[in-house]
Structure formats: C-alpha cells, structure tokens
Design a protein around this ligand. Structure first.
Ligand SMILES: [Zn+2]
Ligand SMILES: [Zn+2]
Length: 761
C-alpha cells in the first residue's frame, strides 16, 4: 500500500463526511434500489413524514438515525432495502408560518423542504432521495382526491354537522390551537364562539372489528409494546354484556362493561349520536337542550368527565327487574363506549356515580357494592358474583374509536373534489377531471376563507347538469393525506401519475417491514390500517390480504433536555446542525442511538456526545496506528504458533460480539448494538495488551488484530457510516467501490499460522 494511505490521518469529521457522502452519490448508493427478485420480499423502512417546518429537530434525528441504521444493516445482510421518505406538507403549521411572513404558502413549503433534505443528507441518511415527495404536490394530492372519491363511493365518507370554533371578527373557523386559553381568538383576541357547520367525515366503524381481530397477529410480528398499546388504546375496546329492554318504539339494546352488576342499573345513558335518539325526545324543551348540548361544544369539554353535559329526557324505561330506569343523554357514552346505550350502575362505576349525583331526584343513591367485579374479601364468599347478572344477557363488546371529521376551512390543503349544485346537492368531480388544483398564489391572512373568495376556483358548472354551481371550499385535513403517505415511495416517481395504488413494484415492498415513528403517531397508524382494508376491499391493495400496511412498527419516545420538552420558550432546544458542525454526523448518530433505548424518553445531555465522539476518535486512532504497525511486524513461525490460542479466543469474541450486534440491530435495540460495539473494541484491545506482555506482536498476531479492527469497522458502518468506511479504505484493503460491503464474518480472523500468511495478507 502506498505511504499515502498508511500515514496516520487525524479524525477530521467534517472533511471525512463530505468526502464519503460525495462518494455515495457517485456510487449510486442513494438511487432507487432494484426491487427484490421474484419470490423475495424487500425491506421497506418507512420513516416519519415530517411537516415542512424548515428545521429537523432532535426527534427527527432520532427517528431517521434508527431507520437508517436498520436500512444499512439489512443491505449489508444482502436484502433489497428501500428507505422511502416524503413530507406531510399540507396543514396548519405551514399556513401559520406563511401568515406570519405574509408570503404564499407553496414557496415557503418548498424552501423548508429543501433545507430539511440538506440536513438529512448532511447526517448521512441513506434515503432514496429520488423518491422524495411532498403531499402538497399536484401529482400527490390528486391521489388524496381519488381516495376521497373512492371512499365516498364506498359509503365511507359522509357529510354531517359538527361544532367548530368561529371568530366573528376574522370571519373564520379556528383550529383548537388557534383558540387561546379563556376562549379568545389567537389573531384578534376577541371571544370565539362555537357554530354548527357541515363537515366531511371518514367512517371507520366498519373496520374496527378487523383492526381488533388483527391485534393478536400483530403481537406475533415485530410490533413493539408502545406501538401495540397505542392501537389498543385508540380502538378502546370494552368487553361486557348486552341485552334488550322493552321500549315504546321497540326493544332498546343496552350495554354494560359490568356483566355481574347489570341488575343493579339505576339509569340508562344514551349517546347523542345514537341512531334511535329521536324516539326519546318527545318534549320540545329536551330537544332544545339537546341542540344546545350539540352546539355547546361538548367536544371541547368532553375530556373533563365531571363537566360533561347530561340531558334528562324526562322519560324512563323498564329495567330487567321491572324497575323504572330514567333515560339520560350524554356524550360521556361516546367517550367511553362509542355511540351506543350504556347502563348506569352507580353501585360499581365511578363515572356513573358522578352522573347519578347530578340527578338526586331522579336516581336513587345506591349502596356501594365493591365486590361485584370479583370478591376481594374472602369473608364475603357468600356474596355471589353472579347475583346481579341479568338472565339472557349475551357477551358483547363496544369500541370507543369513531368516525372523525376530515375537512377544514383552510386554504393550504387538498381541495375536496365535490361541487355543490342547487339541484343535485353535493356532486363528485369525475375522476377524469382530477386534480382539482389548489391555486398556488394564495396568501392566507388568517381572515375569512381565502378559497371561497376566489371566483376562479369556486364558480364551476355542475358535473351532472352543467348549470352554475359552487366548488366545495373546505380542504382536506392533512391527516387525510397522511392515510397513504406510506405508498408513494414504493414506486418509481414517473409512474405515480397513473399507478399510485396499483404498481407491481409496490407489491415487493408492502407491507413495510418497519415503520419507525414517534410515540404520538398511533392515530396515524390506526387510520392507515383502516384505509388499507378499504383499498383491499376495493381491489387496489388486494395483495395485502389482512389489510395491514406494516409488518413491523417501532415507536420511539421523544427527545427532551434537562428533563423537559425542548422548546424555544424554555431556551433548551438542541440544534442538530450545531452539533453536526461541531462534532460531525457520525458522533451525533452514535450519541442519539446510545443515549436511550427507543422505548425510553431520551433526556439529551452532552455526556452522550462526549461518549460518542470519544469512542469514534479512539477507534479511529487505534485502527490507523495498527495499520502502520502491521507494516513493521516481523514473523517467527515458532513464536506465532505459541499464540494460536489467543487468536482463537479473539475470533470467538468477535463471533460472539458480531452475533449480538446483529441480533440487537435486527430488533432495533440500537443502544445495545452500540454498547456491544464498544465492548468488542475493548476485547480487541485486551487481546493486544495480553500479547504485548510477551514483547512485539508477531506478524500473524498483528494480522489478526487488524482483521478484528476491520471487522469492527464493518459492523460500525450502519451507525457511523462515514468514519467506518474511511477506516476501511485507509486500511488499504478496500476501495470505495468495494463498500459498503456485506455484514462481516469472524472467520476472516486468522488463527493457524498458515491461515495468516496465505491469502490476502
Ligand atoms: Zn379573530
Ligand atoms: Zn346539477
């Protein structure tokens, strides 16, 4: 090897990383992966789709470093790997930023996205950058519109009234975060009121049962505990019993999660969204009260159980034992069991007790019966747990998860492909006329409804009769665009216009082997699982037979500092750019992985950076020193034969260490991978120290030492790809074109003297 590569270069992270990143571009590491051969399934790593805020924060760095390490590891194992990425570019954050700067949103989004992509490349993330997409691109939101029309056609999208916050001064609806504490407008600080307005809803109830049934299967797959827990929580399954009570208009099915106490019910609680609700409202006063409840913003207060409104219908129904049960209406039912009817059993249920206490004249105060849900006190054994069960009750379940609104009065969102005709009502835009284009030059001010004020957008002929009609001026909530953000990266960009959901290549990547996302992404994943089932039933995704888009999911917790959430206000924001500039991308990557396992909140401290930087520096120096020493090592066959045992031990350590690192990495326990890398480094140093007690290393031992160092460097590639690759190149045994190469094998460590002196030495 030339003197040039054998000198001892200092660890200059910025220089090394720039050089390696340029080489990766040349080598084509970032270009689209070949789809796996027939009969094989590719590894698709789906990382978070961030808002185009303009800056990566440490949570993103954590997310993408985990995904990238996994992707690089799987490539080294010979798998076809796709690391796809796109921006969730519509939505309120971008709109608010543009309002503040008084510029069109589109330009702002593009500028922010470019900046973030630059940051990602600087961190060495091996995304397929050719496949990057923005949900706000016409070619992309055309498919949001297609999805809307498809689901509408399937009866899964409907129009209904909902309450929204409204500012009279600004003449606009407000998002929850735009309403200040105390109920005033963020912009003009006048009082906000709640109004009822028609809103588009996505119907998810037909698929809740299947999402539930699939949980057992997902538990067997690489879904981590946090991810599974979010799916169970959002589903909100309650098990219990149901039976019919005789009502004037026909039998009413009632539910309770307390099977053994059903006979102790003292009232019945009806959801305001129950389909038979009208039968219970005879009195105009009750109707008015219910209307008020509906428009009075119970959605805003529903989180506080003691403040949830309850309307007394004044009517009663005969209970299972013939006693009169008052019928009340409250959204409390929805918050617990969905739009159903629940028995009120104050004797065993705390929430029911709170309700009962508010109607002392109507509901008798019960004696508390603590032991109904399973006797805790053995002296009470004569109390039969089934004493208060209701005969004929059947096992039943309810889900709290429910349909949600998908439209917003916002100008930065996917236009809803609906035209309102005076004669035909809401008429879908024909698919051939998609996309309904969002004017790019809109400058939102926070006042009024910018889309409604654009005659060029609003005034169109009705697709059915051709008469003058008006376009829908609500846009889709960005949550709707996100329903299929896991799809676009699975096909070549040039084919997205025609085959977004039907491309043959997608079948090689879906279901995604791993979704890596923040712990707050449970809602996205839940709804993505629902839509996958709808598109399976519609035919496009028929190959995803169980309707699951993700074979595995890893949810990581967030990154905080000083024990608190990072925020500008607290002045504790850690800027990834500054860290990268000061220490290099590899140090930041190793630090963020080492500092905490994914299931734990990462409390950022300089200790992690110091640790990572020290490890990389010392390994770098150690490796280069040994490359030089190898050149001067002498060989004595007899002496070399004496240390065969030590070399065998070294090989064993490497084998063991590599096995652990591989297992940890495959399970995304990357903090353990880093720990085991540092341990293996210690072992390698130990090997040398022991031999040096006998004097200068024999050439065979020096050779074994270098082989172990190269092994470690190769195992380090997924985590600190730049430094690891440069060490491999500087060893003189690899050129840039040989890399990144395969996952190492401890068999390369010479044990017998002959091994060492034959072959590649
Ligand atoms: Zn206002
Ligand atoms: Zn018409």
């Amino acid at each position: 090897m030339s003197e040039n590569v054998r000198r001892k270069p200092p660890y200059e992270a910025a220089e090394i990383e720039a050089e390696r990143q340029a080489a990766w571009v040349d080598r084509g590491d970032y270009s689209a992966p070949a789809p796996p051969p027939d009969g094989e399934h590719g590894v698709y790593v789906k990382s978070s789709s961030p808002f185009t805020s303009g800056n990566l924060h440490m949570g993103h760095v954590r997310d993408y470093t985990i995904g990238d390490a996994y992707a690089r590891f799987q490539r080294a194992r010979g798998r076809s790997v796709l690391m796809g990425f796109g921006f969730d570019a519509f939505g309120l954050p971008a709109e608010l930023a543009a309002i503040e700067r008084q510029i069109p949103v589109a330009g702002w989004v593009e500028e922010c996205g470019e900046r973030m992509l630059g940051q990602m490349q600087r961190l060495g993330y091996s995304f397929d950058y050719d496949r990057v997409f923005y949900s706000s691109d016409e070619g992309q939101y055309r498919w949001s519109q297609w999805l809307f029309l498809t689901l509408y056609d399937m009866g899964l999208i409907y129009l209904d009234d909902t309450t929204v916050d409204w500012c009279d001064t600004c003449q606009t609806t407000l998002a929850t975060i735009q309403v200040e504490e105390g109920g005033t407008c963020w912009r003009c600080h006048n009082e906000v009121r709640l109004i009822r307005r028609p809103t588009w809803f996505l119907k998810i109830t037909p698929y809740l049962e299947e999402n539930d049934a699939n949980m057992a299967k997902l538990e067997e797959q690489p879904w981590d505990e946090l991810a599974l827990a979010t799916q169970r929580y959002i589903l909100g399954r309650a098990d219990g019993v149901e039976f019919e009570l005789d009502a004037p208009g026909g039998p009413l099915t009632v539910f309770t999660p307390h099977p053994d106490a059903a006979g102790l019910a003292t009232f019945v609680l009806l959801s305001p969204r129950h389909p038979e609700i009208d039968a219970w409202i005879g009195d105009e006063g009750v109707r008015a009260e219910l209307e008020q409840l509906r428009s009075g913003g119970w959605e805003r207060s529903a989180r506080d159980a003691s403040a949830v409104p309850v309307v007394d219908t004044g009517r009663s129904i005969a209970g299972p034992d013939g006693s009169e049960l008052p019928v009340l209406i409250s959204p409390l039912v929805d918050a617990r069991f969905g739009p159903t009817v629940a028995l009120g059993i104050p004797a065993v249920d705390e929430a029911d007790r709170d309700v009962a206490e508010r109607f002392p004249d109507r509901i008798p105060t019960p004696d508390p019966v603590d032991d109904v849900d399973g006797p805790k006190n053995h002296d009470m054994a004569d109390f039969s747990a089934h004493q208060h069960a209701v005969e004929g009750a059947r096992g039943a379940k309810r889900y709290r998860a429910n349909d949600f609104s998908i439209s917003r009065q916002r100008s930065w969102g996917t236009p809803i492909p609906i035209v309102h005709c005076p004669d035909h009502g809401p008429v879908p835009v024909p698919e051939a006329d998609l996309p309904v284009v969002l004017p790019r030059d809109i400058k939102p001010t926070g006042e009024g409804n910018p889309l409604a004020e654009r005659p060029d957008f609003v005034d169109v002929p009705c697709p059915e009769c051709g008469e003058p009609a008006k376009r829908e001026t609500d846009t889709l909530d960005c949550h709707f665009d996100a329903l299929f953000l896991w799809v676009p990266a699975t096909l070549p960009p040039e084919d997205r216009a025609t085959q977004m959901f039907t491309h043959p290549e997608s079948r090689k990547w879906l279901p995604a082997e791993r979704q890596v996302a923040g712990g707050d992404s449970g809602g996205f994943v839940f709804d993505q699982r629902i839509v996958t089932k709808a598109l399976r039933d519609h035919g496009e995704l028929d190959y995803l037979t169980d309707g699951e888009p993700f074979a595995g999911v890893l949810f990581h917790e967030m990154v905080i500092a000083d024990g608190r959430k990072m925020s500008k206000h607290l002045g504790n924001v850690v800027d990834p750019d500054e860290l990268v500039a000061q220490f290099g991308a590899d140090t930041v990557r190793v630090a963020v992985l080492w500092a905490a396992g994914p299931a734990k909140t990462l409390n950022w401290s300089d200790a992690a950076i110091r640790f990572a930087n020290k490890f990389l520096r010392s390994f770098w120096t150690y490796a280069h020193d040994r490359f030089v020493e190898l050149d001067g090592a002498k060989h004595d066959p007899e002496k070399a034969a004496e240390t065969e045992k030590q070399r065998e031990k070294l090989r064993g350590w490497c084998e063991n260490g590599l096995g652990r690192i591989a297992d940890d990495t495959a399970e995304l326990q990357l903090h353990k991978s880093i720990r085991n890398l540092t341990r293996l480094f210690e072992r390698i140093q130990q090997f040398e120290k022991q031999l040096k007690k006998r004097g200068q290393l024999d050439r065979v031992d020096a050779e074994a030492l270098v082989a172990a160092i190269l092994l470690l460097a190769r195992a380090l590639q997924p985590f600190a790809p730049h430094a690891a690759e440069q060490i491999l190149i500087n060893s003189g045994r690899f050129t840039s074109d040989d890399l990144p190469g395969a996952w190492p094998d401890a068999g390369t460590i010479p044990v017998a003297v002959d091994d060492a002196l034959s072959g590649a030495l």
